[in-house]
Ligand binder design. Structure first.
Ligand SMILES: [Zn+2]
Ligand SMILES: [Zn+2]
Length: 369
């Protein structure tokens, strides 16, 4: 008998467009598996990198289905669902992060209860798990199989197109803000404030009580960041003199020494060295530089600054699935929504073209229902 088929937007090679075609519908194979019917799927910067062949060591087999920002409805569970899968019912709306698909539950990551990405018996960064949209198929399709340990429920008042981007962009910036251990009232800078992560960062930072400076260096993203109505001061890096900015912040904070002026932490969401330097300079002595983006070329850091100014540089990836549910509750309660540009599922290639013009915000496909 012919296998059931579904429509998917696949890539069949690097550097080539998405092709809308029929492919076999995925099947539940494990007690933790959950079959979702997609309502929306977000386009992440990493999807673009995947298409360029820059996502090693996770090269997909072709044809491959991208997207790890997944929002949909549960349409099937295993006949004997695991304790994790039993928490969900058919018909529930959920978002799914790309990972951890089948975490091992036995490795140092899965067993380390002290880590911010620890969940009950597994970790989102388990090195043995698979990754929807990367090492296995993702959400640019009618259906996808995910793991019950990847899910958070979508509150009733949140649309699928708003929820999908929270499962990567949202959790990445929320996790980054959270794990610095900063207290309400402290200053943060978001470098790349008008981008997919950045604009969510401005909204989360408000909800977390930080004093925020949003930095960008292109007209579209700056307009977007300014249009959000957050408490953040949004500045254009192209026309800002660092000395003046730091003095003004120092004055507001009653500090007279340059070392005490600036922000407690800068979050680097861009990939260029100039942006990195801007963020790094803006940090007070003893502050933290949180690197969220990854640039192919890497970043050059002054060891002089690092040592004499005692700046801590930290990396961050995602957050726990518990955090993902926290975000869903936070957005529902505080009416936080990502700024999205929504395309019909069939027009993914047009979305990609528009995304790369760099106007900022999040790009999402919506499936017809
Ligand atoms: Zn992503
Ligand atoms: Zn593991």
């Amino acid at each position: 008998m012919a296998k059931p088929q579904m429509k998917a937007q696949v890539i069949e090679d690097f550097n080539s467009p998405y092709i809308l075609k029929d492919v076999p519908k995925p099947e539940i194979e494990d007690e933790n598996d959950v079959l979702l019917k997609l309502h929306a799927a977000g386009y992440c910067h990493t999807d673009g990198m995947m298409c360029l062949g820059q996502c090693k060591p996770d090269p997909p087999k072709f044809p491959h289905i991208n997207s790890h920002e997944i929002a949909g409805e549960i349409v099937a569970l295993h006949e004997k669902p695991s304790e994790y899968a039993r928490k969900y019912k058919i018909g529930e709306r959920v978002i799914s992060t790309g990972r951890p698909f089948h975490p091992c539950g036995k490795c140092f990551e899965c067993l380390d209860t002290t880590r911010p990405d620890y969940d009950d018996g597994y970790s989102i960064v388990c090195p043995h798990c698979s990754f929807n949209g990367m090492s296995k198929d993702g959400g640019f399709a009618e259906y996808v199989v995910v793991d019950a340990r990847q899910l958070a429920r979508i509150p009733d008042n949140v649309k699928a197109t708003d929820a999908a981007p929270l499962s990567c962009a949202g959790i990445t910036i929320y996790g980054a803000l959270k794990r610095t251990g900063l207290q309400p009232g402290q200053r943060v800078a978001i470098i790349g404030a008008g981008g997919g992560l950045g604009h969510l960062g401005l909204r989360f930072a408000d909800a977390m009580g930080f004093r925020t400076i949003g930095v960008d260096a292109a007209d579209g993203p700056l307009d977007l960041a300014r249009s959000l109505g957050t408490k953040a001061e949004v500045i254009d890096a192209r026309e800002t003199k660092m000395e003046e900015l730091k003095s003004r912040l120092g004055e507001e904070d009653g500090k007279s020494l340059r070392d005490e002026m600036g922000v407690d932490a800068a979050f680097i969401l861009i990939e260029n060295q100039r942006g990195f330097d801007f963020g790094f300079d803006l940090i007070k002595n003893h502050g933290t530089c949180v690197v969220v983006s990854y640039s192919e070329a890497g970043f050059r850091i002054s060891s002089r600054d690092l040592v004499y100014r005692d700046i801590r540089v930290v990396g961050t990836i995602l957050g726990s699935i518990k955090m993902l549910q926290e975000i869903m509750d936070l957005v529902a309660k505080n009416d936080i929504r990502p700024v999205t540009t929504v395309y019909p599922f069939e027009k993914l290639n047009e979305l990609v073209e528009e995304y790369h013009k760099g106007k900022g915000g999040k790009f999402v496909v919506e499936m017809a229902r």
